[in-house]
Each structure stands twice: as C-alpha cells, then as structure tokens.
Design a protein around this ligand. Structure first.
Ligand code: IVH
Length: 681
C-alpha cells in the first residue's frame, strides 16, 4: 500500500529524477556519459521503488516513458500551424536560382544569411509543450492533420518530457523534428526479423515510421529511435529572431539538434557547406538524403512567406542517390543461428560512393519473389548511410530470357540436412542441432552486444576457437583459460588477457540479457524483457508450462510453446545449472512485483450501465484497483462500456462511437488476461 510522503522523500525523488535525466541526456544526446550503466540502473531502480512506495510520479520521471498500454487505433491531431514540405534543388544551378528568387523577393542585392543543416531521411514529428511539459506528439500526416503518437514518442530517450533548461520557457511551443533509425540499428532489426522469419523493412525510414506507428508503445521502446529537432510551429509566450537562435535555444534546453549546423553569408558559402555535408554523408551513421538551406532571419522568412505548401525561404538540396546498376552473378544461401537459411546475391563488383559492393542479403524467398530477382538480372543497388547495400529493384527491360530463378535449396548449405518451411512461414530452416553454422552463430549471438556483450569475442575469434575445438557451445566460453588462448595464432599476452577479462566481466548479466543471449526460438529482446518482468529468477522458468507463459498479456502461443519446450528439456536445464555453477550471477532489475503487474487496466476508461451481478460500487472498486478509471459520461475516449441487464440508451451510443461493450464476466477475464494488448504471435 502507498505510504504517506514526507517532504524529505519528495525531495529525494525530485533529485533522483533530475540526476537520472541529466545522465540520460549525457548518455543519449551528448554521447558522453559520466557514470556506468550499472550505476544508472541502480538509481533507476531506487527511483522506481520510491515512486511506487509513495505513489509519487513526476511526469518527467524516466520511469514514466514506458508502460502505457496498447491502443486499437491512433487519434487524429490537428496541427496548429500546417507542417510544410520543402521545394527541392537538384544541383548547384538550382540552388543559385533559389538565391535569386530570395533576393528578388526581398528586393535586395546584398548577400543573404543562410543556415545549412543535413536533411534527415526519417519521419517528421511535432512535439507540443504546454507550460514546459510534453503534452502531445503527432505525425505530419497530410500536413494539416496527423496522428497522436505521444505514447510512442515518449519512449524515445532523447525527447525531453519537460523543458528543463535554465533559459526562458515559452507558454506553448510546437517543436518539429525528424525521427529516424540509425543504420546499424536498422540492420540489426532486419537481421533479427530475418532470423525470426518476419518480413523485413525496406529501408531505415520505413523502419522508423513502422516503429512510431506501433500501437503497442513497449515495442516502440525497443526500437532505439532518434530525434533531431530543426523547427517550430505555433509559439506563445516567447519569440525567436532566427533559425540559429532557435537551434541554440533548443540545444540549451536539451533538445537534440542537427549534428551539423552552420550559418553562412551568401549562397556560394552555403553551397560549399552543402558539399561538405555530402562528402561526409557516410559518417553520420543514418540516412541523409540532402541538405536544407534556410534563410536565417525569421523576419525575412516571414516577408517571403509560403507558396502553396512550401516556404519560399528554404530549399532542400537533394544529394545524388548512392545507387548503381550491376548484374546478379549468382544467388547463394547461408545459415543463421536459428537455422534460418537466407539467400544472398553476388554482384558483378560495382563502386557506390567510393565503396566496392559485391554482395547483399536478399533476406528470404518472399523478398526475392516480391522484387522478382533472378540470377543474371540487372539490378539497382543502393548504399545509403549504411554499409550494407540493398537491392532496390530489377531493371526488367534488360532481361534477355537467360535469367534463372533461385529455388529454395533442398539441403542445408552448411551441413547437408534436409530443410523445412512451415506452412504460412517466410523462413526456411535447417533443424539439425549439429549444424556447425548454427552453433557458431549461436555463440556469436550469445557474446554479442545485446546479449552478454563480450568484447573481443567476434566472428573471427569464435571461428578460430571453434575450429580448434576450444568452444563447442557458448557454455565453453566460461571454461577458456588464458593458456588455451596463448596457443592460438591470433593471441598474445595482452590480447589473451583482454579477452579473459571481457569474459569475466560478462559473468554478472541481467536476466533479460541472459534470456536473449541463450537464443531460445522466438525470444528476441522484447520477449526476453517481458519474461524477466514476470519471473524473478532463471530457475523460476525451469519446467514452466506453456499455460503459465500464455497468462502473460504480451505472450502468445508460439513463444509460450518454444519457451516451455526449452525449459522442460533436461539437457538445457543441466546446461543452465552448469553455467550458474561456473560463477554466472544473474540479477533481475526488470522484475515487476505483484502491485505493478496488477495494473491490467492501466489507463483504460470505463462507463458502467444497467444492473450488474454485483453492486456497482464493487465493480468500480475492481476497475480502480486494476488501474482503470470509471467515468459517468460516455464519449469517444471511453475504452469500454460495462453493461449489465437493462442497459438503456448507452448501448446504442457506445456502438456509434465504436466503444467496446463488455459484460461483467468479460471484465473479470479482461483483468486476468488484459485483452486488447497485442500478443507476440
Ligand atoms: S525543415 C518548412 N529541416 O524533409 C520547413 N526538414 O521534404 C520544413 N526534413 O517534411 C521542414 N531534415 O520531414 C527541415 N533539417 C531539416 C530536415 C527536414 C529532414 C524533412 C521533413 C520535411 C521534409 C521536407
């Protein structure tokens, strides 16, 4: 139960929130943390415990970013000021013409002050702050009306929930920016989806958009999205004189601003800055499709105004696409950790943006069919901000009739075992437990970043250790001795010691990381976290029945049966016990106690009508205890109409609003299962 809060505790919580937010800003925005992840986690847990104990939650608390329940659909949001798009310039010539138009419009012959910033290829978002607090985040939509994605945007760690700077804060401000995904994150996500047999995203922009438009914010929170702010819409209670002044204010107030931002005088200087950005475009780590040149002075911007949907005071200089055409020499297949067989194309080597490209993953046979890629085809290959190239399309006009399909192989390319494609599945799998490709990939997955994070234990070293018989399984990593390593060609005293140290450092994982690392079929980072939230320790999962997993609101049948199959296999349990015996100490800060898991109706609004099988007060109490809220008036915002006998007119009203109608027994079921939450499988 909640305890009464004293001023001291309140101060302690306020202080913790402030400190954790400071550290998060240093970590995520400045990329310069001053404390370790463990120290941050410790503070976070301390805060979470205090907040719960005293039921005192600050809106800007880092604990309040996640945990909102899933939605059925997004509400629409009208933008106070339309979100415009930009006119494009292709080449220096068109940039000069822009400058001419600007000077003519401003009736001047003097050089104009411009700002230059990268054009990020993501998804435009508007953040609305009232009284310094983030109250709404919306997508651009058609420019006038977008979708309410507040709960998803809150999970992006670089989005300030509260405007925290020392400088003056406006009463109301709409801050605009681009949400995007880093290239490495995009590749990792697609690799994971490939291995799980899920459809892949075509490019980082689609992946970012798909993540922002997720009905379940807990999935968004795992997608590691980023935000860069570059503009404003409506503004009350403050004013800015220029784009550079705005960017400075945003930066002072901890909003992430463009990684490169310059103010220059004259279009020639702007052009040379644009060229510099283009030359560096590979180094940003995310897709940039151009540079945006804006008149710096807001007064001058206003004088020029807007032409239909585009401002006259800005232009997007579009970079040449990093694409080339080449031919597909061959298509081959490889095997991943989970046994999924993935096809990849071998190209006639071609240079794109200074890098020679000779192969690219084709993900799965559905992708091959969708793009209709055949051996011998001429294809357009693209390399954007990332290192891994992708096939954009086939140039069908170039077909000669000699192109060949690449059918699904019958045998595993690594071990020769038969392959299986389950009905309705995208993935083709090798089910052999002894497939060497899978074993090595499993070890790689175990040691990789999202897993046990053993620095220095990458593909090459694993290959070497495996081929020498030193590790046959990831368990063997913890048996390695420095002397073993010193026998190997790649190791000397220092490097051997470093690896042993890195292995030792990984002996104290968090349960969620460990569950992800051991590579249970269908258990990705999200499912691993959910399991850790529901099981206090590893041993509590031993011999778990699928029914127990299914009880967890986010889990579906497929995961339930694979988790249960894993933990009821004595061989696996022996392996885990042996690892625990080797000094692996697992902590579990994700575990949620009963009080938190009880909130199955968190954030849901109910209206009650008719005669229930229990007194109305009792039903109200039950809803309240489970985190729901009872309202007397029915509106579009109502989630459920709880209807008893003789319900009256509210039923019809609920139907027209699309509000779900449930009976009392259905409410009880809802509390047990938290229906409406999208399940994994
Ligand atoms: S300014 C009226 N600045 O590009 C000003 N936009 O093609 C409109 N974008 O919808 C936006 N980086 O989603 C601006 N530094 C930047 C940008 C940027 C990316 C996107 C934005 C906009 C689209 C227009």
């Amino acid at each position: 139960m909640t305890e009464a809060i004293s001023p001291e505790i309140r101060k302690q919580i306020d202080q913790l929130v402030k400190e954790l937010n400071d550290h998060a800003y240093r970590y995520y925005v400045l990329d310069a943390p001053t404390i370790s992840d463990q120290e941050y986690d410790r503070g976070y847990r301390q805060l979470r415990d205090l907040e719960e104990r005293y039921s005192y939650f600050l809106p800007e608390s880092p604990t309040q970013r996640v945990g909102a329940p899933a939605l059925d659909k997004f509400e629409k949001v009208k933008h106070s000021e339309p979100m415009l798009s930009l006119d494009n310039a292709f080449g220096a010539e068109e940039l000069l013409e822009f400058d001419k138009r600007v000077k003519k419009g401003l009736e001047t012959t003097e050089e104009v002050e411009y700002t230059v910033e990268p054009k990020i290829d993501g998804l435009a978002i508007e953040l609305t702050y009232k009284g310094g607090l983030l109250i709404k985040a919306s997508t651009r939509g058609d420019g006038y009306e977008g979708e309410d994605v507040t709960r998803n945007i809150r999970t992006i760690k670089t989005v300030p929930i509260k405007i925290a700077g020392s400088a003056a804060s406006p009463e109301e401000i709409d801050i605009r920016g681009e949400v995007y995904m880093n290239s490495s994150e995009f590749e990792k996500l697609n690799r994971e989806r490939e291995q799980k047999g899920e459809p892949v995203f075509a490019n980082p922009r689609n992946a970012a958009a798909g993540s922002v438009r997720q009905l379940d914010p807990s999935i968004t929170s795992l997608r590691k999205l980023h935000l860069t702010c570059y503009g404003i819409g409506a503004l009350r209670g403050m004013s800015f004189q220029s784009q550079s002044g705005l960017i400075a204010w945003l930066s002072e107030n901890r909003f992430p601003v463009p990684a490169r931002f310059t103010t220059v005088t004259g279009i020639a200087a702007a052009m040379s800055e644009v060229e510099k950005i283009e030359a560096d475009r590979q180094s940003f780590g995310f897709d940039i499709d151009g540079a945006v040149v804006k008149i710096n002075d807001f007064g001058l911007q206003q004088r020029l105004g807007v032409r239909t949907r585009e401002p006259r005071w800005a232009i997007a200089y579009k970079f040449k696409a990093l694409q080339a055409t080449t031919t597909v020499r061959d298509i081959q297949a490889g095997v991943g950790r989970t046994g999924v067989v993935t096809p990849f194309a071998i190209f006639e080597p071609v240079k794109i943006g200074g890098v020679t490209v000779s192969r690219s993953t084709l993900h799965n046979w559905d992708e091959i069919a969708r793009k209709d890629i055949r051996i011998g085809d001429t294809v357009v290959v693209e390399r954007a901000g990332d290192v891994i190239p992708r096939v954009v399309m086939v140039i069908k006009e170039k077909r000669t009739g000699r192109e060949r399909d690449f059918p699904i192989p019958e045998k595993c390319p690594a071990c020769g075992s038969g392959l299986l494609r389950e009905p309705g599945e995208v993935a083709v799998k090798c089910l052999s437990l002894h497939c060497p490709a899978q074993v090595q990939e499993k070890i790689m997955h175990f040691a990789a970043r999202g897993g046990m994070n053993i620095e220095g234990l990458g593909e090459k070293n694993i290959e070497l250790l495996y081929s020498r018989g030193l590790i046959k399984h990831f368990e063997d990593i913890y048996k390695l001795r420095k002397d073993d390593l010193l026998q190997l060609p790649r190791f000397a005293e220092r490097s051997a010691q470093n690896l042993i140290d890195a292995i030792d450092k990984s002996r104290q994982p968090q349960l969620s990381r460990f569950l992800f690392a051991i590579g249970i079929l269908h258990v990705g980072e999200y499912a691993a976290r959910v399991l850790a939230q529901n099981f206090r320790k590893l041993e509590d999962l031993y011999n778990v029945m699928p029914e127990r997993i299914i009880e967890i609101k986010q889990m579906g049948e497929k995961i339930a049966s694979s988790v249960s199959a894993f933990f009821t296999d004595q061989k696996n349990i022996d392996l885990l016990n042996s690892m625990l015996g080797m000094g692996i100490k697992i902590s579990n800060p994700d575990y949620l106690d009963e009080k938190r898991t009880a909130g199955m109706l968190d954030g849901l609004t109910f209206v009650i009508t008719g005669t229930l099988p229990v007194p109305r007060k009792e039903a109200e109490q039950l809803i309240g205890q489970n985190g729901g809220h009872v309202s007397s008036s029915l509106s579009k915002a109502t989630d459920y109409l709880l209807a008893g006998d003789d319900p009256g007119s509210k039923i019809r009203k609920a139907a027209t609003y699309g509000v779900k109608i449930i009976s009392y027994p259905e409410l009880l079921e809802l509390i047990q299962r938290a229906e409406g939450h999208p399940r994994l499988f």
